[in-house]
Design a protein around this ligand. Structure first.
Ligand SMILES: C[S@@+](CC[C@H](N)C(=O)[O-])C[C@H]1O[C@@H](n2cnc3c(N)ncnc32)[C@H](O)[C@@H]1O
Length: 332
């Protein structure tokens, strides 16, 4: 079956990478059929149970058809398609992403009228089946809504809602996407620069066992308060990421947001020294073939490769004029 992921527009490529990493970490066999602006289509045997993990996807659809994004092709495809809804009521929602000026209202009405003529009832308020008609990059993807990602949960967990707040925290949606990129499962996940614990919270909520470390005691105490607030356990250590008190090849995933500016120089001789020695420790404590996802302000490929990592993926995220985050996915 073909499944379409309606991706969020907050980043051009991270939402796709998040879905792919989730499928891979659950060992789900899939083939990527197409990747368009805010839409990823994959071929899978069954619907993958990943909606609860994802942060940068809005909806998951079972694809009914894909056709060129012009009114004639769309209405002809709707006529030819078997909606497969067994007498249930339905509703159609059209969404423009890129490259058409067709009216959503006209599309919804005309496509709806065709399915109605086939003998199915429309219910705009509480339909038993919801169809999405997504227009992007010259294509129309028509699909049955299987599941929506509850993105509001990330709003409930925004940093200022937590008992301990400190500026410079990652937003929960972004933190969750990073955790997913690391292919974390129920094994040990380490954040050696845990700050207020945002990454650990998202990791624990998908079932990982968390280990957090920060050189500042006040941060570790704050993280402890934040974890308790969400009823999350975990091992927290006050310590220097250049001397992690963990055995080699102990952890299954590492996700971290490296410090920069003044906070970085608490124990370190220089920023370069901190990046080099902490990456070397990250490499040491990570199990073979596992992944580390690192956020920083400067490209770290050179440091990562020097300590033995393979750089698998790299992304940039512009936060504001003077801050662009660099994200790298490393494999041991
Ligand atoms: C960018 S912040 C992490 C923010 C975190 N992701 C959050 O959401 O709150 C970096 C953290 O690294 C810590 N830090 C700085 N130098 C360190 C070192 N040598 N070892 C461990 N932690 C360190 C700082 O105290 C700071 O809390």
């Amino acid at each position: 079956m073909k499944i379409a992921f309606e991706l969020s527009g907050e980043h051009a490529t991270l939402p796709r990478a998040e879905v792919i990493a989730c499928l891979e970490s659950l060992n789900i066999a899939f083939r990527e059929v197409a990747f368009m602006d805010q839409l990823l289509i994959v071929d899978v045997q069954d619907v993958p149970p990943i909606a609860k993990r994802l942060a940068m996807t809005h909806h998951i659809l079972e694809v009914v058809f894909i056709c060129p994004a012009n009114i004639k092709s769309i209405l002809r495809s709707v006529s030819n398609a078997d909606p497969g809804i067994d007498g249930k009521t339905f509703c159609i929602r059209a969404k423009h992403i890129k490259g058409t000026d067709l009216s959503s209202t006209v599309l919804e009405k005309e496509a709806g009228a065709i399915i109605h003529k086939k003998g199915y009832r429309v219910d705009l308020d509480k339909p038993e089946v919801m169809f999405h008609l997504v227009l992007t990059e010259g294509k129309c993807v028509f699909g049955r809504l299987i599941e929506s990602v509850d993105r509001s949960q990330y709003e409930f967990r925004r940093p200022k809602q937590r008992p301990f707040f400190h500026p410079g925290v990652l937003l929960p949606r972004f933190a969750r996407a990073l955790v997913n990129l690391s292919s974390a499962g129920d094994g040990l996940l380490l954040d050696p620069f845990c700050g207020t614990g945002g990454i650990l919270i998202e990791a624990a909520l998908i079932g990982a066992q968390c280990v957090g470390m920060d050189v500042q005691q006040k941060m570790v105490l704050g993280t402890s308060l934040n974890l308790k607030y969400y009823d999350i356990g975990g091992l927290l250590i006050v310590g220097d990421a250049c001397a992690t008190p963990l055995r080699s090849e102990k952890v299954d995933a590492i996700v971290t947001d490296l410090p920069y500016g003044r906070s970085a120089l608490i124990q370190a001789r220089s920023l370069e020294h901190l990046y080099h020695c902490s990456l070397s420790e990250i490499y040491r404590v990570l199990k073979k073939n596992k992944k580390a996802v690192i956020v920083s302000q400067m490209p770290l490929d050179k440091f990562a490769e020097e300590v033995g990592f393979i750089v698998k993926e790299r992304y940039q995220q512009r936060v504001h004029r003077s801050l662009t985050r660099q994200i790298i996915v490393l494999q041991k």
